[in-house]
Design a protein around this ligand. Structure first.
Ligand code: SAM
Length: 278
């Protein structure tokens, strides 16, 4: 395992991905009933943007640094979380478990899986004091099989792998299949990088051919696709909350002139039918 997320914290894909995560969590907090979040690939939870790794890539420059002074009106809560961990100038960036933790109420739960032994220890140490959070040193794909459905019967599975393995897409497809079989009403959110269209198309084809419920594909690209460099990223959601497409559109409109070189493009497509809530 060579991938270390500290090199990429706060880049443009993170802003897009984490704003969507916040929107999904906002949906879950609209009802009183508790929910559970399973973060299958958690990372270390909090990143120092002045660390040697972060400075080596400087990826925050096209990402969080571009929004830090101007905000994101379409997803104020995400912006508030970033501000709350940075009392003055931008120094730290929250990972997905930290963002979820900020949104949990006393009865909600987060299970965060991290396979890298050092990152697991750091994450475990960070959340030792918070009884709502459980950190597990296991594969997030195994956790989908072992831990679903949650007792709460409401919640989100957030899948954000490093794409180090050649068969990552296959692992995601089979995790989604198992996950939905065990928990047909859970919200499943899968992130993927975009250099070309291959990964997104393979995931979308699997979702369409299995006709998974209420599946939305959102892609945001601050840069032009050239097949080689990271142009942007995509997210596929199953059991997508009502009106998520409209919220995602507002987000993309908001961040397109801010991230990267300010000429971002996006697409938002229903892969399978959206239904009104009963
Ligand atoms: N979700 C995090 C966030 O938004 O802040 C970033 C996650 S990073 C893209 C992927 C993480 O997954 C890395 O920390 C890596 O060590 C870990 N990892 C790789 N394979 C894994 C697996 N099968 N199960 C759990 N974690 C894994």
């Amino acid at each position: 395992m060579n991938y270390r997320h500290a090199y990429h914290a706060g880049n443009h894909t993170e802003v897009f991905k984490h704003a969507i995560l916040v929107m999904l969590l906002e949906h879950l907090t609209q009802k009183m009933q508790p929910f559970m979040v399973l973060d299958t690939h958690a990372g270390v939870g909090l990143y120092d943007l002045e660390s040697e790794q972060a400075q080596r890539t400087g990826e925050k420059v096209d990402g969080v640094e571009k929004i830090y002074d101007v905000g994101i009106p379409s997803c104020q809560r995400y912006f508030d979380i970033i501000k709350s961990i940075n009392p003055g100038k931008l120094r730290h960036y929250p990972g997905s478990p930290e963002i979820s933790r900020h949104m949990l109420r006393p009865t909600d739960r987060l299970i965060a899986c991290e396979l890298h032994p050092d990152d697991y220890l750091e994450l475990e140490n960070r959340y030792r004091f918070d009884r709502r959070v459980t950190v597990q040193n296991r594969s997030g794909y195994d956790a989908i099989n072992a831990l679903l459905p949650p007792v709460e019967r409401r919640g989100l599975v957030f899948v954000d792998p490093p794409f180090e393995q050649k068969d990552e897409v296959q692992s995601m497809i089979s995790a989604l299949k198992k996950g939905l079989r065990k928990w047909s009403t859970g919200i499943f959110c899968f992130w993927y990088p975009i250099k070309d269209s291959k990964i997104g198309d393979a995931l979308a084809d699997a979702v369409v051919s299995a006709q998974y419920p209420k599946a939305l594909r959102i892609e945001f690209l601050p840069f032009k696709k050239d097949g080689m460099n990271l142009a942007g990223s995509g997210i596929i959601i199953c059991n997508t909350p009502w009106k998520m497409d409209e919220k995602a559109k507002l987000l993309c409109r908001d961040i397109a002139p801010k991230l990267g070189d300010g000429r971002g493009t996006w697409s938002i497509k229903w892969l399978t039918e959206e239904r009104e809530p009963q």
